[in-house]
Design a protein around this ligand. Structure first.
Ligand code: ADP
Length: 398
């Protein structure tokens, strides 16, 4: 690896099945340039793999990891940490982390100390798929390198611009006061999309935009002038649109029914976070590409359900803005699947929305036809860059 003279920021995104890491050079004008990106995926499976690429996307390393060394995120972070300490040219000036839930206390990125860590741990049950995994590397790095600044960046923070009404459920006030609110998630992704629109599509950025993050998790966000006014996700990342392994909208009566059948809290939690969505509907898996390649009727039905309910949920956000000026797709499915985008948009023809097949096939940026009443776009998200920017701003204010 070449010697580096500049300061760097490390970004860590630790999830239940993968740990992703990115290193950014800090330029003279505070511009952040990726110099390294990697991920250890397949945590908890028989085939964990560590892959690293340089700043140009060229492979640096691809290695199978023994399953016993990546049985959970705690093991896996040792593998990643050992590789990083052997290959980084000096210490980063700070580490930025993706943390899913900031609760009511955190509406902006924060420097982590013991008290902050404690407050964030108290939110674990609100994001059982993510929060504990997000916090695991923060804890270990604090123990080993207490002098190294660490910044937590929240998926909920971007949505704190919601009105009190948008944050409500139709529940008694007491529960709202206790924090039972519609927090919204994927905020780091939407923040990047808003930033990107300002730079690349300045005519659209000030308007009323519905952005849809269609990845493993799936949600949509209503933004006015780059500020979130509503989200399909709520108290936890279960609500809203169908996802890879989560159902999205669900009659709470179903949860009661499962309880009556004798399922415990932990069983229901596992079921809702890991066994539903595309995986549950298809009985095959949660990977969109796998389902698209299958002619199994259950896979076909899973895609039909996905397209319909995503289309419905996205367009419903228009009520929060009294109209829609533009629609943006992002994340793994949103950026890469012309077929799913076209299927979703087919539910909007009554609104005069038309997709141009050729533009769609090329993944945009504009995929709508010239005569479409509303412009439809694809924007590649970059949550890591947003985390790196926030981290730099906190540890070295401009
Ligand atoms: P995460 O980062 O949360 O794991 P991603 O944003 O990477 O999620 O999205 C993962 C999803 O994107 C998977 O369902 C995957 O199948 C889907 N995906 C990635 N590339 C494509 C593609 N070319 N066509 C269809 N789906 C794709």
């Amino acid at each position: 690896m070449p010697a580096r003279s500049r300061d760097t920021i490390l970004v860590i995104n630790a999830g239940s099945s993968s740990i992703k890491f990115y290193l950014y050079d800090i330029g003279a004008q505070r511009e952040l340039t990726p110099v390294l990106g990697g991920q250890l995926d397949g945590i908890g499976t028989q085939h964990p793999r560590l892959r690293v690429r340089d700043g140009d996307g060229q492979p640096v390393l691809e290695r199978q990891i023994a399953p016993r060394h990546a049985s959970d995120v705690n093991d896996a972070q040792e593998v990643v940490g050992t590789w990083l300490s052997g290959h980084l040219n000096g210490s980063p000036i700070a580490i930025g982390h993706r943390v899913v839930h900031g609760g009511t206390a955190f509406s902006a990125p924060v420097l982590v100390d013991d008290q902050v860590l404690e407050q964030l741990r108290a939110l674990n049950s609100l994001a059982p798929l993510h929060q504990a995994n997000n916090l695991a590397p923060i804890q270990v790095i604090r123990e080993r390198r207490p002098e190294l600044p660490q910044v937590a960046c929240f998926d909920t923070a971007f949505h704190r611009s919601h009105s009190a009404l948008a944050d409500r459920y139709a529940l008694p006030e007491q529960l709202y006061q206790e924090g039972v609110r519609r927090y919204g998630f994927h905020g780091l992704s939407y923040e990047y999309v808003a930033q990107r629109l300002r730079r690349a599509l300045p005519d659209i950025a000030p308007g009323r935009v519905i952005a849809a993050h269609l990845g493993s998790g799936v949600s949509a966000c209503a933004m006015v002038n780059g500020k979130s006014v509503d989200s399909t996700m709520g108290f936890t990342a279960l609500e809203g649109l169908p996802m890879g392994t989560r159902p999205g909208r669900l009659d709470p009566g179903i949860v009661l029914w499962l309880m009556e059948r004798g399922m415990s809290h932990d069983e229901i939690q596992h079921f809702l976070y890991h066994e539903c969505g595309l995986k549950g509907l298809s009985g095959i898996g949660n990977d969109m590409r796998e389902l698209q390649a299958s002619d199994d009727p259950a896979a076909v039905m899973a895609l039909d359900y996905f397209a319909w309910r995503v289309a419905e949920g996205m367009i419903g956000l228009g009520c929060a803005m009294n109209g829609i000026d533009a629609i943006v797709f992002t994340a793994g499915i949103g950026e890469n699947s012309p077929d799913i985008r076209a299927r979703i948009a087919s539910y909007w023809e009554w609104l005069g929305i038309r997709i141009d097949p050729e533009r769609n096939r090329h993944n945009g940026p504009r995929i709508s036809a010239d005569d479409s009443k509303i412009g439809v776009y694809v924007v590649r998200t970059n949550e890591e860059l947003v985390i790196a920017q926030h981290t730099l701003d906190l540890v070295r204010p401009a």
